[in-house]
Design a protein around this ligand. Structure first.
Ligand code: XMP
Length: 509
């Protein structure tokens, strides 16, 4: 196990992911973690991340001093390296010029971190402070034109620091550098795989839960499904999954979820489906403002879930399918808040439970999918499109009604069918149909129509923070538009959305 201590940098989880990619299990923890807890975890190495603060400023994030005495190999990245310098008697100052972007690194010592490197390499720099004077016992292992100490080490104490960010993609041999750290000074073997995570997590859960009762809000999305299956494998019928059908799911989706997780499915758990469609439509009647809609759906969801939970009575644990990007986007880690999400933070007030279990908190989406496949969850579920918590509620512009839900469900089903038939479903990261709030004049046979316009959205993206409109083949678009026009009542126009993110968001509301 390698532990990453989080000092608030944007790339922190990427570090963990790179380490896991080299076959070593890695977890991210807040920098404030106590020394006792750290020792308990018994890591083979510790990585200190970057962060926005200055070590010498009042807002500098300072970990427990005992960290430097543990005798465990430490790699400091950017802020982490500056912190190491500051704590061990060196000097960190504001640089006369910032260094940002791809930078040539000149390597002075090809041992340890730079084992098997050439004389120079390219790494990603992003800093305004720099290491002015080394702490005692350290030597410089790399420099750049602007930065005299781009990397340093005290090999006898197994402490290493780099000013650049090896974890980002632009760093050419960044992954190799991290691997050198974990295989070299830390002595890791690199034999960790996703199946070890799955096995270890199942037995950890089993031990933790004992004969306790567990409740899970299952949405049918990848994250909550993988979390539920992990729990089911660990504690079987001690787990109850509540699936709230809010009537804003995609076509036939409620039945599909029931088929997999219900009594006819193959998992050992209690499954409760709540058909709350009318209740949601009623609450949404007349509401057009997007944030108001999101709020209503989120709150109503919690109310319905609470009512079910009350029927079940006290439970010991509540399972959430939170994954790492949810944690950062909602500002629950050290990184700053980007937006608040429907599925995190909004905990039911009246559910009687002792503790939350979030088995996927450390994983990225593709890692969750890998875990899902490992667990034998059907592929169509594992590779399901991302689907927002408020569902079709944010894909119907303006007021939500049962009739509009049906229109967008039917259009979306055709869209998905044709994209899959064209073999494009794994290439496009997210695609769906939305219902605009626009009606216009058309003609059908000999009759005038006055009907809705459907918008088709398809985006390619790597992180869902920015996105581009996918370049769909014209013939595929034509076929979809023609089928929607012919087969979906009350639609007489189809638009393709060319907007990127920014300026658009991926969803419409
Ligand atoms: P936006 O629309 O913000 O979407 O560009 C980015 C990604 O997040 C999904 N999304 C949500 N997921 N709860 C979720 O679980 C939400 O409230 C929510 N809103 C948007 C969206 O589908 C896209 O993948």
């Amino acid at each position: 196990l390698i532990i990453v201590l989080d000092f608030g940098g944007q790339y922190n989880q990427l570090i963990a992911r790179r380490v896991r990619e080299s076959g070593v299990y890695c977890e991210v923890h807040p920098y404030k973690i106590s020394i006792e807890k750290l020792k308990e975890k018994n890591p083979k190495g510790i990585i200190l991340t970057g962060g926005p603060n200055s070590v010498y400023g009042e807002d500098g994030l300072i970990p427990d001093e005992g960290l430097w005495e543990l005798g465990i190999p430490i790699l400091g990245i950017c802020y982490g390296a500056q912190l190491m310098t500051h704590a061990l008697g060196g000097k960190v100052s504001l640089a006369s010029s910032k260094e940002y972007g791809k930078t040539e690194i000149l390597i002075d010592s090809k041992e340890n971190l730079f084992k098997d490197f050439d004389d120079t390499t390219i790494m990603w720099m992003s800093h305004s402070d720099y290491i002015e004077r080394l702490p005692e016992g350290f030597c410089v292992t790399a420099h750049t034109a602007a930065c005299p100490i781009a990397a340093m080490e005290n090999a006898s104490k197994k402490m290493y620091g780099v000013q650049f960010h090896p974890e980002v993609m632009h760093s050419v041999k960044g992954k190799e550098l991290l691997a050198n750290f974990v295989y070299g000074p830390c002595g890791c073997k690199g034999d960790w795989k996703m199946d070890s995570f799955v096995e270890a997590t199942i037995s950890e859960i089993r031990e933790k839960v004992g004969d306790g009762k567990v409740l899970c809000a299952l949405s049918g999305g990848v994250d909550s499904s993988v979390a539920a299956v992990l729990l089911s494998k660990a504690v079987g019928k001690q787990l109850t999954c509540v699936f709230v059908d809010h009537g804003l799911l995609r076509k036939d989706e409620g039945d599909e979820v029931e088929a997999v997780f219900g009594p006819a499915g193959s998992y050992d758990l209690n499954f409760i489906r709540v058909n709350a469609q009318q209740r949601f439509y009623h609450k949404l009647a007349g509401v057009t403002e997007p944030e108001a809609k999101r709020k209503i759906i989120g709150e109503e969801f919690i109310r319905v879930f609470e009512e079910e939970a009350k029927k079940i009575g006290a439970v010991d644990y509540l399972v959430q399918g939170t994954i790492y990007p949810d944690v950062i986007e909602s500002g629950l880690g050290e990184s700053s808040v980007i937006k608040s999400h429907h599925n995190v933070g909004g905990l039911p007030d009246y559910v009687d439970f002792k503790e939350i279990i979030e088995p996927l908190r450390m994983l990225f989406k593709d890692e969750v999918r890998q875990a899902g496949l490992e667990l034998g969850i059907p592929e169509y579920l594992v590779f399901r499109q991302p689907f927002p918590g408020p569902g079709l509620g944010v894909r119907i512009i303006g007021e939500v009604t049962a009739e509009k839900v049906k229109i967008v469900q039917d259009a979306d089903a055709i869209y998905r069918e044709e994209i899959a038939a064209a073999g494009l479903d794994r290439e496009i990261n997210q695609y769906f149909a939305a219902l605009t709030n626009m009606q216009s004049v058309g003609v059908m046979g000999d009759f005038r129509t006055y009907d809705y316009a459907v918008a088709l959205r398809a985006v390619t993206t790597s992180d869902f923070m920015t996105a581009e409109a996918a370049k769909l083949p014209w013939e595929v678009l034509e076929k979809i538009a023609s089928r929607i026009g012919n087969e979906v009542d009350h639609v007489n126009r189809v638009f393709y959305d060319l907007t990127g993110k920014p300026p658009g968001t991926i969803e419409f509301e």
